[in-house]
Design a protein. Sequence first.
Length: 278
Amino acid sequence: MKKLLFSLFICFSCLKFYAQQANNWSRSELGFSLGTMYYIGDLNQFRPFYETNLAGGLMYRFHYHSRLTLRFNYTYGSLDADDKDSKIIINKNRDLNFHTDIHELVGGIEFHYLPFQLGHKRYPGTAYILAQCGAFYMNPKINYNNQEIALQPLGTEGQMRGQRYDKVQFCIPIGLGAKFSLGKSASFSFDVANRKTFTDYIDDVGATYYPNTNLIPSLNGTLAGSISNQSIDGTAINVRNGYVVLSHVSSSLSFAKKYGLSAPFNEVKYDFNLVKKS
C-alpha cells in the first residue's frame, strides 16, 4: 500500500512538473507607455480632455497569477490651463494661468476579467481593473509679464513659511484597460485612469483664500500680492472651487523574456486513466 501511494505521489509530481514546463512563460515584462494627461480643477472645471498634453513613461509587470498582475509605472507629463480660455465670465475675469511638469511613480495591481498569459492561444487578451498608489512631483508656475515664475515659494494665498504646500503629493490611480498578447514575448495594452489626489494646489489655486488680500504684499512680498490678484476689474480675486482630478490615458507596449520561471496558470487541465492489468 505504501509503495502504491508513493508511486501515485511520484506520478502526480511528474504531471505537475510537466504542466509547469509545458507552460513556461515569463513572469516579467518591461515596456514603455505613451498617452495624454489633463486635469479638472479651478482653472478647468467642466471640460475633460481640454489642454491635453503628451505623457510617456516606463512600465514593469510581474505576472503573479493568470488573473492578477503586479504593475509599476513611472510617468512624465505636464498640465496647464488659462482663465483666458474659460467660458465662465467670472473665471475669465479672474485671469489666472498655470503650468506644471508632473513626475509620477506608482505601483499596484491589474485584476484580469479573463485569464491571461503571453502567448496562450486560448486567452490572448483580457479587460482589467487597474488600482495603484504612489506619489507625484509638481511645481506649478505662472506666465507673468512674459516670465515663468514658480508659485509655491511665493505663498499667493497668504501662506506663511511652513504653511505652504509640498511639491511631492500622494495619489491613487484607479482605471480600466485592456491588453492583448503579441506572441510569447510582447503585449499591447490601453487604459484610462483617474487619480485621486490629496492636494488642491496642482494649479496653485486652493479651496481657501484670505478675505483681506491687501495683506498678502506685506506678508509675502509685492510679487506674491500682484500675482494673487490679477483680476481684470478686481471683483473675481476670491473665486475658488477646491477640487482636482488628474487623468491619464495611455497605451503601452511591453516585452518579455524567459527567465526559467513559469507564470502560474491554473486553466490547464490534464486527463489520465489508471489501467489495472488482469
